[in-house]
Design a protein around this ligand. Structure first.
Ligand SMILES: C[S@@+](CC[C@H](N)C(=O)[O-])C[C@H]1O[C@@H](n2cnc3c(N)ncnc32)[C@H](O)[C@@H]1O
Length: 163
């Protein structure tokens, strides 16, 4: 999911494997393919690509996060995606967490992600990175069984009504 906002048609990149045996995906091996439309994730041609996917890794538009996650669940996809932390409270998202269909991933250091961007970053935080924009309050959301999800909860006290 990306766009330079200079075309009505969208492109996608397709890597079909290592043809020169150097174990690295080279530019020559990554074909640029054109979609017929604008690549909206809800369009039939985007859905056809989604159906081929084993795991979806992306940073969807936050304004469409609920719809995007609903589509991933509908098509029974494994995913690792970025969203706003407070998305856990959305009425479409909370039930997925409650029903063990999605959980929080590993998160970002200091609760802020850094994304390559042409925008000037005016953030005052001391972890600014050149050529990147700092977005706070973001988190990874996933349905992959990561180790963090299977850690034991260390219990150290018994329940006491007074306390
Ligand atoms: C937060 S950016 C992430 C861009 C890129 N995936 C990355 O990680 O750098 C979200 C992208 O979703 C695109 N987008 C917005 N609405 C969309 C839609 N309905 N269908 C597909 N992509 C969309 C935007 O153009 C934008 O490039």
């Amino acid at each position: 999911m990306f766009s330079a906002h200079n075309s009505e048609r969208s492109i996608y990149l397709e890597y079909c494997g290592d043809t020169n045996n150097n174990k690295v995906p080279d530019i020559a091996e990554i074909g640029v393919q054109y979609l017929k439309g604008d690549g909206d994730f809800r369009s039939p041609e985007s859905i056809a690509l989604l159906q081929q996917a084993d795991i979806v890794v992306t940073n969807p538009p936050f304004s469409l996060f609920r719809e995007y996650v609903t589509q991933l669940v509908e098509y029974v996809k494994k995913f690792v995606i970025i969203g706003y932390q407070n998305a856990i409270t959305y009425k479409e998202i909370f039930p997925l967490i409650k029903e063990n269909k999605m959980w929080l991933g590993f998160g970002f250091r200091g609760g802020a992600g850094h994304f390559i961007s042409n925008y000037e970053d005016t953030a005052t935080a001391n972890d600014r990175k050149e050529g990147m924009i700092r977005v706070s309050g973001v988190h990874w959301f996933t349905n992959l069984h990561i180790a963090k999800r299977h850690e034991d909860l260390i219990l150290y006290k018994r329940y006491s009504p007074e306390e």
